[in-house]
Design a protein around this ligand. Sequence first.
Ligand code: HEM
Length: 279
Amino acid sequence: MMAAGYLSLAVFLAVTLNHADRWLRAAGTAAVALGLAMISLSILLADLDGTLTARMNAPTPLTRLTPFILNIQALVAGAAVPFLVWAAWAQTRRVASAPPLRNGAARFGLLSRYAHWITATLMLCSLPMGLFLSVLPGGSPERATFLAAHETMGLTLVIVVALRIAVLLTTPAPGLPQALQPWERRAARTLHLLLYGLIVAFPASGLLMSAYQGADVWFYGWLLPQIVAPEAKTAALWAAIHGWLLPAVFYAAILAHVGAVLKHHFTDGCVHDVRRMIT
Ligand code: HEM
């Protein structure tokens, strides 16, 4: 139920952010602002009601870091809210035409844009949700609910990425913006490949971790069959990959991706290029 809600939100954002109607576009951006404000607020509430402080006594220093990382995410999400409110206001004043379904030479088509924003929403919600559920007490009903939603969203992402690659094979992506330096092109291509790799590696490692733990894995209410025999050591390895290695690489990659987009838009003054992915 919770995962279906997040998937509906992802589809709603993908459609509205790329809609020809400027009021719908602005509504999409305002919904992102609202979603981020709610994520920030729920982390703040978990600070206040002691859910996060309980984690300060966790057995390992790395695990004790989780509340700190969640609070940083709350801060970043909160800081983005006023910027998005301004962007929504600016969108109400800008008339734009809807892109065609398929990719063109200069801009992405609707199919690629939908896949991009559905992937981004599911990914950016799965990450804090994974952190959040890891601070909830084992065996609690809240943890079970969040875990089932987390697993369902992660596995849905694999399907969306497969569809996204199928779309790219039938309608190739437009080339990178002309204004980019050769080193910027190389960096952009490497970063895009890394992001695709991470989007697949997160669910794959989560699935293997749960399978080796012998834990139940849920997908929209269905219990998936056990794929391997439980083994504690292998489970611990996948847990470290899923819980620490991949998030660390992801934070660096997403910072570079968003930083590059903002630099290109604001510092290099290429205001039309970002609109390849947002109408
Ligand atoms: C986009 C996909 C995913 C992302 C970004 C993601 C990210 C995360 C993160 C950051 C944590 C917190 C780790 C910690 O601090 O201990 C976590 C926890 C967890 N994830 Fe994922 N995950 C994804 C998909 C999945 C999938 C598909 C499964 C299983 C089928 C899964 C199973 C788990 C479990 C069981 C935990 C709890 C670990 C614990 O504390 O016991 N994840 N996830």
